[in-house]
Design a binder for this molecule. Structure first.
Ligand code: SAM
Length: 334
């Protein structure tokens, strides 16, 4: 690559002048080495020393996803696609409607250029089964489904094909972490790769038992414990929470229950493991809070306890009129 060679002191002025004159080659990165700067140019330039060296090409990131698909899709189709982007570390997962399935490759290439990420996948099924994962189809980039996602200062390693993870719960995670106090003993009944426990233990000196039935999730949780500098202690358990819970010989100040489709079927386990005055962070899919509140109260009543509702919120929309709701309940004596 043809470059202007200048002493480092002059690099900025020379770069600005070359850019203003339209002489800089914007497809390559400027290099600095041994006190000199090398600015890529399109042709010989009088008054400058020109050398030929290897330069790294610029990553091309289009500023506008619409620009890349203009003429191929309608404005509305492009806008809908944009809202479906889920970015997990270096991976983008798209939801492509059935009527655009034939154009998926082109959409994938556009998403790759637009985001500059490593891989683009499309959702091929809903989240399903006990371990809550979905089928994915590779569209563009490099077909490597392992990545490290950064969120609120923690690093979370995962394989998007093997484990559940949603970047859309980031706000909920920090909200829970902010409500934890040092010294709490916490149980995450359905921990996945550990986004809640890792964030909480990064911010607080706590003891967390983290349980998941998916072996791959526990493998990544163990890696994530090592990847992050934690103030607290996280101990992982692989298995069905009903079985694992039998080995616990303590109660917990807080229990997290983020398995929104089925958490209610484990409320009997939770109320038996919660300390007097402890908090259950309970989640479910619902069109209201009443159902969840009633389920919590009913489970507590079975062991002669009551529930004081501390907070309720909509975490995210799941379907028209339906939400992933959160209910924080303090379990107390009647
Ligand atoms: C919706 S995911 C949530 C994971 C994690 N809490 C998060 O927010 O990313 C639910 C998790 O529960 C696990 N799971 C399902 N049934 C379980 C059971 N009976 N015992 C323990 N874990 C279970 C699944 O493998 C899955 O990782």
């Amino acid at each position: 690559m043809k470059c202007v060679k200048v002493p480092l002191k002059q690099i900025n002025d020379t770069r600005l002048k070359l850019m203003a004159d339209g002489q800089m080659n914007m497809d390559y990165r400027i290099k600095t080495s041994d006190g000199f700067g090398y600015i890529p140019v399109n042709s010989e330039i009088e008054g400058h020393e020109i050398v030929d060296i290897e330069l790294e090409p610029m990553k091309k990131v289009a500023h506008n996803f619409s620009e890349l698909l203009e003429g191929e899709l309608s404005h509305e189709e492009i806008e809908n696609l944009k809202t479906s982007f889920d970015t997990i570390g270096n991976i983008v997962i798209l939801e492509i409607p059935d009527n655009l399935y034939d154009k998926r490759q082109m959409i994938g290439e556009a998403a790759l250029k637009f985001t500059g990420k490593q891989a683009i996948y499309m959702k091929k099924s809903a989240i399903k089964g006990t371990i809550r994962i979905r089928d994915l189809e590779f569209l563009a980039g490099t077909d490597d489904s392992v990545t490290i996602h950064k969120e609120h200062g923690v690093r979370l390693k995962l394989d998007v094909r093997e484990v559940y993870f949603s970047p859309r719960l980031a706000t909920e995670r920090i909200r829970i972490s902010n409500s934890v106090s040092d010294g709490e003993r916490i149980l995450d009944m359905f921990c996945g790769i550990g986004p809640f426990p890792i964030l909480i233990a990064k911010n607080h000196n706590v003891d967390i038992a983290a349980v998941d039935i998916n072996e791959a999730a526990i493998k990544y949780l163990n890696e994530n414990i090592e990847l992050n500098k934690l103030k607290g202690n996280v101990k992982s358990y692989c298995g069905d929470i009903r079985d694992v819970s039998e080995s616990f010989n303590c109660k917990f100040d807080r229990i997290l229950m983020n398995l929104p489709g089925l958490a209610y079927t484990f409320l009997d386990v939770a109320v038996n493991l919660i300390e007097e005055g402890g908090i259950i962070n309970y989640y479910e899919f619902s069109d209201s809070y009443e159902q969840g509140i009633n389920r919590l109260r009913h489970a507590a009543a079975q062991i002669g306890k009551d529930v004081e509702i501390i907070n309720t919120r909509k975490v995210k929309s799941t379907a028209p009129g339906e939400w992933h709701v959160a209910i924080d309940g303090k379990v107390i004596s009647k």
